[in-house]
Design a protein around this ligand. Structure first.
Ligand code: RAM
Length: 875
């Protein structure tokens, strides 16, 4: 049995950790059935000294074990190793890793914020014709610079840096690190993240230059759909803060920090904005040496970056470059993606204007940009002149599949550079239906493109906001595809900070434009996501840190709705947003969420050992109020919409005696429409899971395979490579939906991904399990599929489940990580036929219990890899 994937604070080898009591985790892998950890020992060292030794601890724990070693020092590298003992008490292998602390104390920061001194700006030349299209000097990014000398080459050098805006550091002319759009976007009024870079190899003896380019970013650029510029959400202009700490061979230390002795210059980037694009005049060198202003900003609130930054994660080559005019090309990258284009331009005279526009879709063969609204998404490059030139904008990103390049007469080389918050990818799903595989791919691309600093609704138009409902419906799917533990935990701090004095969460976090109280299913994201992180990753700390806010949200709803139906203070009350041909009553949806959030708060209170009884009884009372007001004697739910039934069934709001009737109403509505859905953002996440849970996997499959409008298949049939915002984003009958709101890259309707993993392939956990300790494996052969399989790298190790069938045999393959158990349900009408190799399931090593039922055979398994076969006589 081998420990692997060691993490500190849910990250591998984090550099610049800010958490004073980090938590350590490892995963386990073994080929042996029943393998489990019985004990562990953690030892940690810093500067060659032992700072923690747990000794042998009799414990199966592997996740998020809090640091109990010596108090952590700033800027120190800690090495830790874990040794494990297996279930027989035999010492097993060890594994090691490290983390390095950032600057843990305010006093660690001698640096001061610097920015442009408007008084020092050069006089503006009268504009030439060409310049009329160019941005003014006050919009240009900051080119900051500082020269310094070192007596010797350092043995260690760290750069700590952050910005008001987005920045890229440089040392001695070379870029530092691989982060994009640092410091990311947080609720800047409450905290700005700093980044830590290991620059030991980039600093030298003698003369050195530390530089940075800083653009507006979220700080002072366009954000959301607020047309003001600068929108002054945070500040008027960019700023920068950095310090380079070098350790010299003689044991001395020097700190080079931002201050009044830095200078500012002009450079080729004349303007850069996340939504508008970047304007580069390559003829301009970095020149001039103007004094900077020391900004009147108190240092802080600075926090260490707690999750993986945004990076360029992959590149896609152009699949077609189509000449449309002597100097105009339309390029297809074959995939709706988020990032930017890197152009390789043929040799040209200086000053040629190259323009790159972006679009997700084409209309009559040309870029369709109406749905970008005010986001210009246009990059401009004035050539330097001479040989081949490479242009890639740096301080902007676009959502696009197509790019139009104007201004060169020879086809440019083009590569799409895909960027997103670099959450490690952990999931794989596959089956034999290409359309379903495409759906899964579309969901993954929607996740990539919309996990950029915060979980956004869309990446292309003038919006790109952290909408809470979108996030909460999609989060379960996101946890399947990637390790989003640290990403969501960080964003939740913004959600909590956004709560108003009355206890209301908002619709979006960070708060931009939407000052109103959160709507039902939107504000509830502040309750649902911390709970999900606890259940999926075993992250108790995020639950503790969110708990008071979660409770205040429920109390806020209760206080304004003493009748227990959520009718007042519903904010923008979006209902089942973008549903089709059905109107779920808002009070039904709101009250269902009131019940659900109250239930979660009660459960969270129990986990944390806080008083839960009050929330338990409130939950019972809201459920009763829901039944009295909305549920008919025949099991109907007011409004009789699919989403109404889904909410009532998924959230347990019906008396047991009415569940079957409600399932009947739900199924009848779907069937009456020819196996079509009507669900919007809220209902869709429950649709297939509820049908599977209540014996109608057949209908869930019918919806999955549906290719007529409205369905996932319909969008795929029309070329979708991401999930659309609306079922009718484009239809045969109506063409494009209103450009006022029509994104082709929204993840919400992709929340079905959770069901692909959880039911189609069959990976889930039992209701009381935390972090997949007790798996619930329910492979569900059905629909047009003859096989499906999924794998997930969970917090405890690799989980897999897959099945295949032919005319008379069903084969089920599962992997249960060491220390975990599994309840595996094998669907067969002949439970006695289940075997592994030639042995009946009951005699198979690792099978603890076997229970036949009408639905098949339920096996309780220890850890290990298993392959069972069963007869496929229909159940
Ligand atoms: C749209 C957003 C988002 C949704 C809100 C209500 O503008 O794109 O997806 O949550 O409206």
């Amino acid at each position: 049995m081998i420990p692997y994937g060691l993490q500190t604070e849910q990250r591998i080898e984090p550099l610049g950790l800010g958490e004073p009591q980090p938590r350590l985790s490892w995963k386990l892998r073994s080929d042996r059935r029943g393998a489990a950890q019985s004990a562990y020992r953690i030892t940690a060292t810093a500067d060659g000294e032992t700072v923690w030794d747990t000794g042998r601890r009799q414990s199966a724990d592997t996740i998020l074990i809090p640091w109990e070693g010596a108090g952590l020092r700033s800027a120190t590298r800690y090495h830790w190793r874990v040794e494990i003992w297996d279930e027989t008490g035999t010492a097993g292998s060890t594994a090691e890793t490290w983390f390095e602390t950032g600057l843990l104390h305010r006093e660690d920061w001698p640096a001061v914020w610097i920015g442009r001194d408007p008084v020092a700006l050069p006089p503006v030349d009268p504009p030439t014709d060409e310049d009329l299209l160019a941005p003014g000097p006050e919009e240009a990014p900051l080119y900051l610079r500082h020269e310094f000398q070192l007596p010797e080459r350092p043995v260690r050098a760290r750069l700590y840096a952050t910005a008001h805006g987005v920045y890229e550091p440089e040392l001695n002319g070379a870029r530092v690190g691989d982060r994009e759009l640092a410091p990311g976007w947080t609720e800047y009024h409450h905290r700005i993240q700093y980044q830590t870079y290991d620059v030991t190899e980039q600093v030298r003896a003698g003369d050195n230059t530390l530089a940075a380019v800083v653009a507006d970013g979220w700080w002072s650029g366009y954000v959301g759909f607020d047309p003001r510029r600068p929108a002054r959400h945070y500040g008027d202009a960019p700023g920068f803060l950095a310090q380079l700490v070098v350790d010299l061979p003689d044991g001395s230390q020097q700190t080079i920090a931002t201050g009044s002795d830095w200078t500012e210059s002009d450079g080729p980037i004349r303007a850069a904005d996340l939504m508008m694009g970047q304007y580069v005049d390559a003829r301009r060198a970095v020149s001039g040496n103007r004094p900077v202003a020391v900004l009147d900003t108190a240092v802080g609130p600075l926090v260490a970056e707690p999750d993986e930054p945004i990076r360029v994660v992959t590149e896609l080559p152009a699949v077609a470059v189509d000449r449309r005019a002597p100097d105009r090309f339309v390029i297809d990258f074959g995939q709706n993606l988020v990032g930017r284009v890197r152009l390789t331009l043929p040799g040209m005279p200086g000053g040629r204007r190259i323009t790159v526009r972006h679009a997700e879709v084409l209309e009559d063969g040309e870029l369709y940009v109406a749905n970008l609204r005010r986001a210009a998404a246009t990059d401009t490059y004035l050539t330097a002149g001479g040989d081949t030139e490479v242009f890639e904008p740096r301080f902007t990103f676009h959502g696009f599949r197509y790019a139009e390049v104007t201004g060169c007469t020879e086809a440019p080389g083009a590569v799409a550079r895909v960027l997103h918050s670099d959450t490690p990818w952990t999931g794989r799903f596959e089956c034999d239906d290409p359309m379903v595989n495409q759906l899964h791919a579309n969901i993954g691309w929607g996740q990539r493109g919309n996990f950029v600093a915060v979980p956004t609704d869309c990446p292309q138009r003038d919006e790109r906001l952290g909408w809470l409902a979108d996030a909460q419906v999609f989060a379960p799917t996101a946890t399947r595809n990637a390790d989003v533990s640290a990403f969501f935990a960080r964003w939740l701090r913004d959600v909590v900070d956004g709560q108003n004095d009355d206890g209301a969460f908002r619709d979006v976090a960070p708060i931009i434009a939407f000052e109103r109280e959160g709507a039902p299913a939107w504000g509830d994201g502040g309750v649902i996501i911390p709970w999900l992180l606890w259940k999926t990753y075993g992250d108790r700390r995020v639950l503790e840190r969110s708990f008071d806010a979660m409770a205040r949200w429920v109390e806020h709803i209760h206080r304004h709705n003493p009748g227990l139906l959520w009718e007042n203070r519903t904010g923008n009350s979006y209902g089942d947003w973008l549903q089709v041909d059905a109107e779920t009553p808002r009070d039904v949806l709101a009250t269902a969420y009131f019940a659900r959030s109250t239930q979660i708060v009660a459960q969270a209170a129990e986990v944390l050992g806080r008083p839960a009884a009050g929330y338990r009884s409130l939950h019972a009372a809201v459920t009763e109020a829901f039944q009295d007001a909305f549920v008919g004697d025949d099991g109907s739910v007011k409004g009789s919409t699919q989403t109404g039934y889904l909410l009532a069934l998924a959230f347990g709001l019906l008396p047991d005696t009415m569940v079957d009737a409600a399932v009947g109403h739900l199924a009848a509505d779907i069937e009456r429409r020819g196996n079509r859905l009507t669900t919007g953002f809220v209902g869709v996440s429950l649709l297939c899971p509820v049908l599977s849970e209540h014996g109608r996997a057949d209908l869930a499959y019918a919806l999955l395979h549906q290719e007529e409008y409205p369905s996932w298949g319909y969008s795929i049939r029309h070329g979708a490579t991401t999930i659309w915002e609306r079922w009718d984003g484009w239809t045969d009958h109506g063409g494009f939906q209103s450009a006022a709101m029509n994104s082709f890259n929204h993840y919400s309707l992709g929340s079905v991904g959770d069901w692909l993993y959880g039911r189609v392939a069959g990976i889930d956990q039992t209701p009381d399990s935390v972090a997949y300790a007790e798996l619930l494996l329910r492979p569900t052969p059905g629909g047009l599929l003859t096989w499906a399989s999924a794998e997930q790298e969970t917090a405890r190790g690799l989980v897999a489940c897959g099945w295949s069938r032919d005319d008379d045999r069903l084969t089920v393959t599962v992997t249960v990580p060491p220390g975990c158990t599994a309840v595996l349900q094998i669907p067969t009408a002949d439970p006695g036929s289940v075997r592994e190799n030639d042995l009946p399931a009951t005699e198979t090593a690792g099978v603890i219990q076997a229970e036949p039922s009408a639905a098949g055979l339920t096996l309780r398994l220890t850890s290990g890899r298993y392959t069972f076969t069963a007869s496929t006589t229909p159940v």
